[in-house]
Design a protein around this ligand. Structure first.
Ligand code: ATP
Length: 490
Protein backbone atom coordinates (compact mmCIF):
# COMPACT_ATOMS: atom_id res chain seq x y z
CA UNK A 1 0.00 0.00 0.00
CA UNK A 2 2.85 2.40 0.82
CA UNK A 3 4.31 1.84 -2.66
CA UNK A 4 0.96 2.69 -4.25
CA UNK A 5 0.42 5.77 -2.07
CA UNK A 6 3.85 7.10 -2.94
CA UNK A 7 3.47 6.36 -6.67
CA UNK A 8 0.07 8.07 -6.62
CA UNK A 9 1.54 11.21 -5.10
CA UNK A 10 4.71 11.28 -7.21
CA UNK A 11 2.92 10.78 -10.50
CA UNK A 12 -0.11 13.02 -9.91
CA UNK A 13 -2.83 10.46 -9.21
CA UNK A 14 -3.86 11.20 -5.62
CA UNK A 15 -2.79 13.82 -3.08
CA UNK A 16 -3.57 14.23 0.59
CA UNK A 17 -6.36 16.81 0.88
CA UNK A 18 -5.30 20.25 2.18
CA UNK A 19 -1.74 18.99 2.42
CA UNK A 20 -0.19 22.45 2.85
CA UNK A 21 -2.23 22.80 6.07
CA UNK A 22 -1.06 19.46 7.39
CA UNK A 23 -3.76 17.40 5.63
CA UNK A 24 -7.36 16.49 6.48
CA UNK A 25 -7.73 13.00 7.91
CA UNK A 26 -8.93 10.47 5.36
CA UNK A 27 -9.71 13.04 2.67
CA UNK A 28 -7.92 12.73 -0.67
CA UNK A 29 -7.72 14.85 -3.81
CA UNK A 30 -7.51 13.26 -7.24
CA UNK A 31 -4.73 14.85 -9.28
CA UNK A 32 -4.49 15.20 -13.07
CA UNK A 33 -3.99 11.48 -13.74
CA UNK A 34 -6.25 10.33 -10.89
CA UNK A 35 -9.18 12.31 -12.19
CA UNK A 36 -8.73 10.78 -15.67
CA UNK A 37 -8.60 7.28 -14.18
CA UNK A 38 -11.67 7.92 -12.05
CA UNK A 39 -13.58 9.36 -14.99
CA UNK A 40 -12.63 6.36 -17.12
CA UNK A 41 -14.07 4.01 -14.50
CA UNK A 42 -17.29 5.99 -14.29
CA UNK A 43 -17.54 6.39 -18.07
CA UNK A 44 -17.19 2.68 -18.87
CA UNK A 45 -19.51 1.73 -16.00
CA UNK A 46 -22.16 4.13 -17.31
CA UNK A 47 -21.64 3.01 -20.90
CA UNK A 48 -21.87 -0.71 -20.03
CA UNK A 49 -24.76 -0.47 -17.59
CA UNK A 50 -26.85 2.45 -18.85
CA UNK A 51 -26.01 3.33 -22.44
CA UNK A 52 -25.75 -0.24 -23.77
CA UNK A 53 -28.78 -1.68 -21.97
CA UNK A 54 -32.35 -1.05 -23.00
CA UNK A 55 -33.60 -1.96 -19.51
CA UNK A 56 -31.65 0.76 -17.68
CA UNK A 57 -31.88 4.55 -17.31
CA UNK A 58 -29.81 7.06 -15.37
CA UNK A 59 -30.45 9.63 -12.66
CA UNK A 60 -28.53 12.38 -10.86
CA UNK A 61 -30.34 13.19 -7.62
CA UNK A 62 -29.58 15.90 -5.10
CA UNK A 63 -27.10 15.17 -2.30
CA UNK A 64 -29.24 16.98 0.28
CA UNK A 65 -32.70 15.47 0.47
CA UNK A 66 -35.81 15.90 2.59
CA UNK A 67 -34.87 14.78 6.11
CA UNK A 68 -37.84 12.39 6.24
CA UNK A 69 -36.16 10.34 3.49
CA UNK A 70 -33.62 9.22 6.10
CA UNK A 71 -36.26 8.50 8.70
CA UNK A 72 -38.18 6.33 6.20
CA UNK A 73 -35.07 4.56 4.96
CA UNK A 74 -34.11 3.61 8.51
CA UNK A 75 -30.83 5.57 8.46
CA UNK A 76 -31.78 7.96 11.31
CA UNK A 77 -32.49 5.05 13.64
CA UNK A 78 -30.22 2.31 12.37
CA UNK A 79 -27.31 3.61 10.31
CA UNK A 80 -24.91 3.18 13.18
CA UNK A 81 -21.64 1.48 13.95
CA UNK A 82 -20.64 0.33 17.45
CA UNK A 83 -17.93 2.64 18.81
CA UNK A 84 -15.50 2.06 21.69
CA UNK A 85 -13.17 4.58 23.37
CA UNK A 86 -9.82 4.03 25.01
CA UNK A 87 -9.95 5.33 28.60
CA UNK A 88 -6.22 6.11 28.49
CA UNK A 89 -5.36 7.67 25.10
CA UNK A 90 -8.98 8.59 24.20
CA UNK A 91 -8.72 7.14 20.70
CA UNK A 92 -11.92 5.79 19.16
CA UNK A 93 -12.42 2.55 17.28
CA UNK A 94 -15.17 0.64 15.52
CA UNK A 95 -15.87 -2.18 17.96
CA UNK A 96 -16.35 -4.74 15.18
CA UNK A 97 -13.05 -3.81 13.51
CA UNK A 98 -10.71 -3.58 16.55
CA UNK A 99 -9.47 -7.09 16.06
CA UNK A 100 -8.66 -6.39 12.41
CA UNK A 101 -5.86 -4.01 13.50
CA UNK A 102 -2.30 -4.85 14.55
CA UNK A 103 -2.10 -4.26 18.31
CA UNK A 104 0.41 -2.86 20.76
CA UNK A 105 1.35 -5.13 23.64
CA UNK A 106 3.56 -4.67 26.72
CA UNK A 107 4.50 -8.27 27.41
CA UNK A 108 4.82 -9.33 31.08
CA UNK A 109 6.75 -12.45 30.04
CA UNK A 110 9.54 -10.29 28.57
CA UNK A 111 9.88 -7.70 31.37
CA UNK A 112 7.21 -5.48 29.81
CA UNK A 113 8.82 -5.16 26.37
CA UNK A 114 6.71 -3.46 23.75
CA UNK A 115 5.61 -5.45 20.67
CA UNK A 116 3.36 -4.75 17.69
CA UNK A 117 1.42 -7.95 17.07
CA UNK A 118 -0.35 -8.78 13.79
CA UNK A 119 -4.14 -8.40 13.73
CA UNK A 120 -6.06 -11.17 15.46
CA UNK A 121 -2.94 -13.04 16.64
CA UNK A 122 -1.84 -13.73 20.24
CA UNK A 123 1.54 -12.70 21.68
CA UNK A 124 4.07 -15.40 20.84
CA UNK A 125 5.83 -14.89 24.24
CA UNK A 126 2.98 -14.92 26.76
CA UNK A 127 0.13 -16.24 24.57
CA UNK A 128 -2.16 -13.36 25.59
CA UNK A 129 -4.72 -11.97 23.16
CA UNK A 130 -5.58 -8.30 22.82
CA UNK A 131 -7.71 -7.03 25.70
CA UNK A 132 -6.67 -3.37 25.88
CA UNK A 133 -6.48 -0.47 23.41
CA UNK A 134 -4.76 -1.67 20.21
CA UNK A 135 -2.98 1.70 19.73
CA UNK A 136 -1.51 2.59 23.13
CA UNK A 137 -1.65 -0.93 24.58
CA UNK A 138 -2.44 0.50 28.04
CA UNK A 139 -6.03 1.69 28.35
CA UNK A 140 -9.20 -0.37 28.72
CA UNK A 141 -11.87 0.07 26.07
CA UNK A 142 -15.37 1.25 27.00
CA UNK A 143 -18.44 -0.84 26.26
CA UNK A 144 -19.66 -0.27 22.65
CA UNK A 145 -22.00 2.67 22.01
CA UNK A 146 -23.94 3.13 18.79
CA UNK A 147 -22.72 6.05 16.68
CA UNK A 148 -24.77 7.37 13.73
CA UNK A 149 -22.62 7.73 10.62
CA UNK A 150 -24.66 10.41 8.88
CA UNK A 151 -23.15 13.88 8.52
CA UNK A 152 -25.59 16.47 9.82
CA UNK A 153 -26.02 19.91 8.34
CA UNK A 154 -28.54 22.77 8.40
CA UNK A 155 -30.60 24.14 5.53
CA UNK A 156 -30.70 27.93 5.56
CA UNK A 157 -29.09 30.49 7.85
CA UNK A 158 -30.44 29.30 11.22
CA UNK A 159 -28.90 26.31 12.93
CA UNK A 160 -32.01 24.92 14.60
CA UNK A 161 -33.54 21.48 14.77
CA UNK A 162 -36.24 22.31 12.24
CA UNK A 163 -33.53 23.02 9.65
CA UNK A 164 -31.57 19.83 10.35
CA UNK A 165 -30.77 17.68 7.36
CA UNK A 166 -28.09 15.24 6.22
CA UNK A 167 -25.50 14.70 3.53
CA UNK A 168 -26.62 11.49 1.85
CA UNK A 169 -24.77 8.41 3.11
CA UNK A 170 -25.67 6.49 -0.07
CA UNK A 171 -27.00 7.40 -3.50
CA UNK A 172 -29.69 4.69 -3.43
CA UNK A 173 -32.41 6.67 -1.67
CA UNK A 174 -32.38 9.32 -4.43
CA UNK A 175 -33.40 6.52 -6.77
CA UNK A 176 -36.19 5.12 -4.58
CA UNK A 177 -37.86 8.49 -4.06
CA UNK A 178 -37.79 9.07 -7.84
CA UNK A 179 -39.15 5.62 -8.72
CA UNK A 180 -42.56 6.95 -9.74
CA UNK A 181 -41.12 9.96 -11.65
CA UNK A 182 -38.80 7.78 -13.70
CA UNK A 183 -41.27 4.94 -14.31
CA UNK A 184 -43.96 7.39 -15.49
CA UNK A 185 -41.84 9.81 -17.52
CA UNK A 186 -39.89 7.05 -19.26
CA UNK A 187 -42.90 4.66 -19.58
CA UNK A 188 -40.94 1.80 -18.08
CA UNK A 189 -42.16 -1.78 -17.73
CA UNK A 190 -40.70 -4.17 -15.16
CA UNK A 191 -38.00 -5.30 -15.01
CA UNK A 192 -35.96 -2.10 -15.33
CA UNK A 193 -33.16 -0.40 -13.49
CA UNK A 194 -32.11 3.11 -12.50
CA UNK A 195 -28.41 3.88 -12.17
CA UNK A 196 -26.69 6.72 -10.40
CA UNK A 197 -23.11 7.80 -9.78
CA UNK A 198 -22.45 10.36 -7.11
CA UNK A 199 -20.88 11.43 -3.85
CA UNK A 200 -21.85 9.89 -0.53
CA UNK A 201 -20.72 10.87 2.96
CA UNK A 202 -20.24 8.75 6.08
CA UNK A 203 -18.73 9.93 9.32
CA UNK A 204 -16.70 6.73 9.61
CA UNK A 205 -15.26 6.09 13.08
CA UNK A 206 -12.02 4.64 11.77
CA UNK A 207 -11.42 5.70 8.19
CA UNK A 208 -8.12 4.81 6.61
CA UNK A 209 -6.15 2.54 4.34
CA UNK A 210 -5.72 5.28 1.76
CA UNK A 211 -8.87 5.64 -0.37
CA UNK A 212 -10.37 2.34 0.83
CA UNK A 213 -12.42 3.92 3.62
CA UNK A 214 -12.96 7.66 3.56
CA UNK A 215 -15.63 9.98 4.89
CA UNK A 216 -16.41 11.42 1.47
CA UNK A 217 -16.52 8.98 -1.43
CA UNK A 218 -18.33 8.18 -4.64
CA UNK A 219 -20.73 5.36 -5.35
CA UNK A 220 -21.98 3.74 -8.55
CA UNK A 221 -25.35 2.25 -7.66
CA UNK A 222 -28.15 0.50 -9.50
CA UNK A 223 -31.63 -0.24 -8.24
CA UNK A 224 -33.08 -2.91 -10.51
CA UNK A 225 -36.84 -3.25 -10.07
CA UNK A 226 -38.49 -6.60 -10.74
CA UNK A 227 -41.97 -8.05 -10.41
CA UNK A 228 -41.80 -10.52 -7.50
CA UNK A 229 -44.85 -12.36 -8.79
CA UNK A 230 -43.12 -13.32 -12.01
CA UNK A 231 -40.85 -16.26 -12.56
CA UNK A 232 -37.91 -16.39 -14.92
CA UNK A 233 -36.37 -19.70 -15.91
CA UNK A 234 -38.28 -21.41 -13.14
CA UNK A 235 -37.07 -19.03 -10.41
CA UNK A 236 -38.81 -16.10 -8.71
CA UNK A 237 -37.83 -13.02 -10.77
CA UNK A 238 -35.96 -11.38 -7.86
CA UNK A 239 -33.80 -14.46 -7.28
CA UNK A 240 -33.14 -14.86 -10.99
CA UNK A 241 -32.07 -11.22 -11.39
CA UNK A 242 -29.99 -11.29 -8.23
CA UNK A 243 -27.94 -14.17 -9.69
CA UNK A 244 -27.64 -12.32 -13.00
CA UNK A 245 -26.36 -9.16 -11.34
CA UNK A 246 -23.83 -11.06 -9.25
CA UNK A 247 -22.45 -12.79 -12.36
CA UNK A 248 -22.46 -9.52 -14.38
CA UNK A 249 -20.67 -7.62 -11.63
CA UNK A 250 -17.89 -10.16 -11.29
CA UNK A 251 -17.52 -10.33 -15.08
CA UNK A 252 -17.32 -6.54 -15.30
CA UNK A 253 -14.38 -6.29 -12.90
CA UNK A 254 -12.63 -9.19 -14.67
CA UNK A 255 -13.16 -7.62 -18.10
CA UNK A 256 -11.34 -4.46 -17.08
CA UNK A 257 -8.36 -6.25 -15.63
CA UNK A 258 -8.91 -7.55 -12.09
CA UNK A 259 -7.32 -10.96 -11.86
CA UNK A 260 -9.54 -13.95 -11.18
CA UNK A 261 -7.43 -15.00 -8.18
CA UNK A 262 -7.92 -11.58 -6.56
CA UNK A 263 -11.72 -11.67 -6.73
CA UNK A 264 -14.18 -13.72 -4.73
CA UNK A 265 -17.81 -13.71 -3.72
CA UNK A 266 -18.85 -13.72 -0.07
CA UNK A 267 -22.41 -14.49 0.96
CA UNK A 268 -23.71 -12.60 3.99
CA UNK A 269 -24.49 -14.92 6.88
CA UNK A 270 -28.02 -14.89 8.24
CA UNK A 271 -26.94 -12.90 11.33
CA UNK A 272 -25.22 -10.09 9.37
CA UNK A 273 -27.97 -9.77 6.77
CA UNK A 274 -29.87 -6.45 6.98
CA UNK A 275 -33.37 -7.13 8.31
CA UNK A 276 -34.97 -6.20 4.98
CA UNK A 277 -32.58 -8.15 2.77
CA UNK A 278 -33.49 -11.55 1.41
CA UNK A 279 -29.92 -12.23 0.34
CA UNK A 280 -26.72 -10.18 0.01
CA UNK A 281 -23.44 -11.15 -1.59
CA UNK A 282 -20.27 -9.04 -1.52
CA UNK A 283 -17.70 -9.02 -4.27
CA UNK A 284 -14.44 -9.04 -2.35
CA UNK A 285 -11.03 -8.08 -3.68
CA UNK A 286 -7.64 -9.01 -2.34
CA UNK A 287 -6.53 -5.45 -1.54
CA UNK A 288 -3.03 -4.78 -0.17
CA UNK A 289 -4.79 -4.78 3.25
CA UNK A 290 -6.27 -8.25 2.62
CA UNK A 291 -9.61 -9.53 1.34
CA UNK A 292 -12.21 -6.74 1.70
CA UNK A 293 -15.50 -5.61 0.22
CA UNK A 294 -15.33 -4.04 -3.22
CA UNK A 295 -19.07 -3.95 -3.80
CA UNK A 296 -22.29 -5.40 -2.43
CA UNK A 297 -25.22 -6.90 -4.35
CA UNK A 298 -28.36 -7.05 -2.23
CA UNK A 299 -31.90 -8.25 -2.73
CA UNK A 300 -33.65 -5.49 -0.75
CA UNK A 301 -37.14 -6.87 -1.42
CA UNK A 302 -39.93 -4.25 -1.42
CA UNK A 303 -38.68 -2.67 1.80
CA UNK A 304 -37.58 0.72 0.49
CA UNK A 305 -40.56 1.46 -1.74
CA UNK A 306 -42.96 0.39 1.02
CA UNK A 307 -41.21 2.57 3.59
CA UNK A 308 -41.28 5.63 1.33
CA UNK A 309 -44.92 4.95 0.45
CA UNK A 310 -45.78 4.83 4.15
CA UNK A 311 -43.89 7.99 5.11
CA UNK A 312 -44.85 10.06 2.02
CA UNK A 313 -48.43 8.84 1.67
CA UNK A 314 -47.82 8.24 -2.06
CA UNK A 315 -48.49 4.84 -3.57
CA UNK A 316 -45.20 3.60 -5.02
CA UNK A 317 -46.58 0.67 -6.96
CA UNK A 318 -46.49 -0.73 -10.46
CA UNK A 319 -49.56 -1.82 -12.38
CA UNK A 320 -49.10 -5.32 -13.72
CA UNK A 321 -51.17 -5.25 -16.95
CA UNK A 322 -51.14 -8.98 -17.36
CA UNK A 323 -52.44 -9.83 -13.90
CA UNK A 324 -54.42 -6.58 -13.61
CA UNK A 325 -53.05 -5.84 -10.17
CA UNK A 326 -50.86 -3.34 -8.38
CA UNK A 327 -47.60 -4.69 -7.11
CA UNK A 328 -44.72 -3.21 -5.11
CA UNK A 329 -41.57 -4.13 -7.07
CA UNK A 330 -38.69 -5.96 -5.44
CA UNK A 331 -35.30 -4.40 -5.92
CA UNK A 332 -31.85 -5.83 -6.60
CA UNK A 333 -29.10 -3.38 -5.66
CA UNK A 334 -25.59 -3.71 -7.10
CA UNK A 335 -23.64 -1.04 -5.22
CA UNK A 336 -19.97 -0.27 -5.84
CA UNK A 337 -17.58 2.38 -4.58
CA UNK A 338 -15.77 4.32 -7.31
CA UNK A 339 -12.75 4.95 -5.08
CA UNK A 340 -12.52 1.31 -3.98
CA UNK A 341 -12.78 0.19 -7.59
CA UNK A 342 -9.99 2.63 -8.46
CA UNK A 343 -7.81 1.25 -5.66
CA UNK A 344 -8.44 -2.31 -6.85
CA UNK A 345 -7.62 -1.47 -10.48
CA UNK A 346 -4.51 0.36 -9.35
CA UNK A 347 -3.31 -2.47 -7.09
CA UNK A 348 -3.97 -5.12 -9.73
CA UNK A 349 -2.22 -3.12 -12.45
CA UNK A 350 0.96 -2.51 -10.46
CA UNK A 351 3.92 -4.61 -11.61
CA UNK A 352 7.63 -4.46 -11.09
CA UNK A 353 9.92 -6.31 -13.48
CA UNK A 354 13.52 -6.35 -14.56
CA UNK A 355 14.36 -5.25 -18.08
CA UNK A 356 17.98 -5.32 -19.21
CA UNK A 357 19.18 -5.19 -15.62
CA UNK A 358 16.93 -2.24 -14.70
CA UNK A 359 13.77 -2.15 -12.64
CA UNK A 360 10.69 -1.34 -14.74
CA UNK A 361 7.53 -0.24 -12.92
CA UNK A 362 4.41 -0.68 -15.02
CA UNK A 363 0.77 0.02 -14.37
CA UNK A 364 -0.73 -2.55 -16.72
CA UNK A 365 -4.13 -0.84 -16.95
CA UNK A 366 -6.73 -2.02 -19.42
CA UNK A 367 -6.48 0.56 -22.26
CA UNK A 368 -9.99 1.84 -21.53
CA UNK A 369 -8.95 2.69 -17.97
CA UNK A 370 -5.54 4.19 -18.67
CA UNK A 371 -5.51 7.91 -17.77
CA UNK A 372 -3.34 8.68 -20.82
CA UNK A 373 -4.04 6.57 -23.90
CA UNK A 374 -1.16 7.73 -26.09
CA UNK A 375 2.02 9.73 -25.43
CA UNK A 376 3.62 11.45 -28.40
CA UNK A 377 7.38 11.83 -27.98
CA UNK A 378 9.92 13.62 -30.18
CA UNK A 379 13.24 11.82 -30.47
CA UNK A 380 15.12 15.11 -30.78
CA UNK A 381 13.58 18.17 -29.19
CA UNK A 382 16.04 20.50 -30.89
CA UNK A 383 14.65 19.72 -34.33
CA UNK A 384 11.72 22.06 -35.00
CA UNK A 385 10.25 19.84 -37.70
CA UNK A 386 10.19 16.81 -35.38
CA UNK A 387 8.61 18.81 -32.57
CA UNK A 388 6.05 20.37 -34.93
CA UNK A 389 5.08 16.98 -36.32
CA UNK A 390 4.76 15.51 -32.83
CA UNK A 391 2.48 18.37 -31.73
CA UNK A 392 0.37 17.96 -34.86
CA UNK A 393 -0.08 14.23 -34.14
CA UNK A 394 -1.03 14.99 -30.55
CA UNK A 395 -3.60 17.54 -31.72
CA UNK A 396 -5.18 15.10 -34.18
CA UNK A 397 -5.37 12.17 -31.78
CA UNK A 398 -6.55 14.25 -28.83
CA UNK A 399 -9.91 14.90 -30.50
CA UNK A 400 -10.65 11.22 -29.69
CA UNK A 401 -8.51 10.29 -26.68
CA UNK A 402 -6.47 11.75 -23.86
CA UNK A 403 -3.05 12.19 -25.44
CA UNK A 404 0.04 13.96 -24.10
CA UNK A 405 3.18 15.40 -25.65
CA UNK A 406 6.38 15.09 -23.64
CA UNK A 407 9.93 16.15 -24.47
CA UNK A 408 11.33 16.66 -20.99
CA UNK A 409 13.82 13.76 -21.03
CA UNK A 410 15.63 11.30 -23.27
CA UNK A 411 13.44 8.72 -25.00
CA UNK A 412 14.30 5.77 -22.72
CA UNK A 413 13.31 7.73 -19.65
CA UNK A 414 10.15 9.04 -21.34
CA UNK A 415 9.08 5.44 -22.05
CA UNK A 416 9.69 4.45 -18.42
CA UNK A 417 7.63 7.41 -17.20
CA UNK A 418 4.71 6.44 -19.41
CA UNK A 419 4.99 2.78 -18.29
CA UNK A 420 4.80 3.94 -14.70
CA UNK A 421 1.47 5.73 -15.25
CA UNK A 422 0.05 2.97 -17.41
CA UNK A 423 0.01 4.61 -20.86
CA UNK A 424 -0.63 1.70 -23.25
CA UNK A 425 1.03 3.25 -26.34
CA UNK A 426 3.78 5.73 -27.17
CA UNK A 427 4.32 7.31 -30.58
CA UNK A 428 7.84 8.45 -31.39
CA UNK A 429 8.64 10.95 -34.10
CA UNK A 430 12.23 10.67 -35.36
CA UNK A 431 14.51 11.94 -38.10
CA UNK A 432 13.21 9.38 -40.59
CA UNK A 433 9.68 10.64 -40.07
CA UNK A 434 10.51 14.16 -41.23
CA UNK A 435 13.65 13.46 -43.31
CA UNK A 436 17.05 15.13 -43.22
CA UNK A 437 17.67 17.56 -46.09
CA UNK A 438 21.33 18.09 -45.06
CA UNK A 439 21.98 14.40 -45.67
CA UNK A 440 19.62 14.23 -48.64
CA UNK A 441 17.30 11.82 -46.80
CA UNK A 442 13.62 12.19 -47.60
CA UNK A 443 10.78 11.96 -45.05
CA UNK A 444 9.06 8.57 -44.76
CA UNK A 445 6.01 10.04 -42.97
CA UNK A 446 6.04 7.13 -40.53
CA UNK A 447 6.31 6.96 -36.74
CA UNK A 448 7.15 4.26 -34.23
CA UNK A 449 4.38 2.95 -32.00
CA UNK A 450 5.56 1.22 -28.83
CA UNK A 451 3.37 -1.22 -26.96
CA UNK A 452 3.63 -0.88 -23.16
CA UNK A 453 3.18 -4.54 -22.28
CA UNK A 454 5.40 -6.29 -24.83
CA UNK A 455 7.66 -3.25 -25.41
CA UNK A 456 7.54 -4.18 -29.10
CA UNK A 457 7.55 -1.47 -31.70
CA UNK A 458 5.98 -1.08 -35.14
CA UNK A 459 6.50 1.50 -37.88
CA UNK A 460 3.19 3.03 -38.92
CA UNK A 461 2.31 5.83 -41.41
CA UNK A 462 1.11 9.00 -39.63
CA UNK A 463 -2.07 8.98 -41.70
CA UNK A 464 -2.95 5.50 -40.35
CA UNK A 465 -2.64 6.46 -36.66
CA UNK A 466 -6.33 7.29 -36.01
CA UNK A 467 -7.45 3.94 -37.48
CA UNK A 468 -4.72 2.00 -35.70
CA UNK A 469 -5.60 3.52 -32.33
CA UNK A 470 -9.32 3.09 -32.93
CA UNK A 471 -8.51 -0.59 -33.27
CA UNK A 472 -5.99 -0.86 -30.41
CA UNK A 473 -7.92 1.24 -27.90
CA UNK A 474 -11.20 -0.38 -28.88
CA UNK A 475 -10.02 -3.83 -27.80
CA UNK A 476 -7.87 -4.91 -30.78
CA UNK A 477 -4.74 -6.88 -29.95
CA UNK A 478 -1.25 -5.49 -30.41
CA UNK A 479 -0.04 -8.61 -32.24
CA UNK A 480 -2.77 -8.26 -34.90
CA UNK A 481 -1.92 -4.61 -35.50
CA UNK A 482 1.84 -5.20 -35.38
CA UNK A 483 1.56 -7.96 -37.95
CA UNK A 484 0.22 -5.44 -40.49
CA UNK A 485 3.20 -3.11 -40.14
CA UNK A 486 6.97 -3.66 -40.11
CA UNK A 487 8.49 -4.03 -36.66
CA UNK A 488 10.89 -1.35 -35.49
CA UNK A 489 13.98 -1.93 -33.37
CA UNK A 490 13.37 -1.52 -29.62
P1 ATP B 1 -18.11 -1.48 4.75
O1 ATP B 1 -18.61 -2.78 5.32
O2 ATP B 1 -16.75 -1.57 4.11
O3 ATP B 1 -18.25 -0.31 5.68
P2 ATP B 1 -20.66 -1.18 3.57
O4 ATP B 1 -21.14 -2.60 3.52
O5 ATP B 1 -21.17 -0.29 4.63
O6 ATP B 1 -19.07 -1.14 3.52
P3 ATP B 1 -22.30 -0.34 1.43
O7 ATP B 1 -23.21 0.44 2.28
O8 ATP B 1 -22.77 -1.67 0.90
O9 ATP B 1 -20.91 -0.53 2.16
O10 ATP B 1 -21.81 0.60 0.24
C1 ATP B 1 -21.59 0.13 -1.08
C2 ATP B 1 -20.16 0.35 -1.52
O11 ATP B 1 -19.76 1.71 -1.29
C3 ATP B 1 -19.13 -0.48 -0.79
O12 ATP B 1 -19.04 -1.78 -1.32
C4 ATP B 1 -17.86 0.32 -1.02
O13 ATP B 1 -17.31 0.03 -2.30
C5 ATP B 1 -18.36 1.75 -1.02
N1 ATP B 1 -18.12 2.36 0.29
C6 ATP B 1 -18.88 2.26 1.40
N2 ATP B 1 -18.36 2.97 2.42
C7 ATP B 1 -17.22 3.54 1.94
C8 ATP B 1 -16.23 4.41 2.50
N3 ATP B 1 -16.31 4.85 3.75
N4 ATP B 1 -15.21 4.78 1.71
C9 ATP B 1 -15.10 4.37 0.43
N5 ATP B 1 -16.01 3.57 -0.15
C10 ATP B 1 -17.06 3.15 0.58
Amino acid sequence: MDTLVSLCKRRGFIFQSSEIYGGTGSCWDYGPLGVELKQSIKRIWWRDYVQKRSDMVGLDASIIMHPTVWKASGHVDNFTDPMVDCLECRRRFRADKVDEMPWTHYCAATKGNKFTIPAGEPCTHCGERRALCPECGKGSLTAPRQFNLMFKTFMGPVEEDAALTYLRPETAQGIFVNFENVAQSMRRKLPFGIAQIGKAFRNEITPGNFIFRTREFEQMEIEFFVNPRETVEGKPADEYWHERWIADSLAWFRRYGLREENLRLREHEKDELAHYAKRTADVEYQFPIGWSELMGIANRTDFDLKQHAQYSGKALTYFDEERKEHVVPYVIEPSAGVDRALLAFLADAYQEEEVRGEKRVVLGFHPELAPIKVAVLPLLKKRDDIVRTAHAIRDTLSTHWSVVYDDTAAIGRLYRRQDEVGTPYCVTVDVQTVGDSDKGESADGKVTIRDRDSMEQARVPIAALPTVFLDLLGGGSWSAVASRYPTAKA
